[in-house]
Design a protein. Structure first.
Length: 93
C-alpha cells in the first residue's frame, strides 16, 4: 500500500507534469509571466522562483487553517518542485 506521502507526491507530479502543464504551459514560463504581472503592479523585480515561494507560503497558511486538507499539501509539493526548476533556470542564465 502506498503511503499518504507518496500518494501526494505522485499526485503533485501528475498535476504539474500533465493536467496543469497542459492547461497552463511550462510551469517556469508561467511563473515568469506571473512575476512580470506582479512586477508591473508593484514596481518591484520579483523572480519566477519568488512567485513559487509565495505560492508555497499561501499553501502553508491554508494548512494552518485546515491541516488535513490534502490539496494544500499536494500543491505545496508541486510548488516546491516548480521552485527548484526556476532556480535551475536562474542558475543557467
Amino acid at each position: 500500500m502506498t503511503s499518504p506521502r507518496i500518494a501526494c507526491l505522485e499526485e503533485a507530479a501528475n498535476l504539474t507534469g500533465k493536467d496543469r502543464n497542459k492547461a497552463y504551459g511550462d510551469p517556469v514560463t508561467n511563473h515568469q509571466h506571473i512575476a512580470n504581472i506582479f512586477n508591473a503592479i508593484t514596481g518591484r523585480n520579483i523572480s519566477a522562483r519568488e512567485v513559487a515561494i509565495m505560492h508555497q507560503a499561501t499553501k502553508i497558511a491554508r494548512r494552518f487553517h485546515n491541516p488535513t486538507h490534502k490539496d494544500s499539501y499536494v500543491d505545496g509539493m508541486a510548488y516546491t518542485g516548480i521552485e527548484y526548476e526556476c532556480a535551475l533556470k536562474e542558475k543557467n542564465k
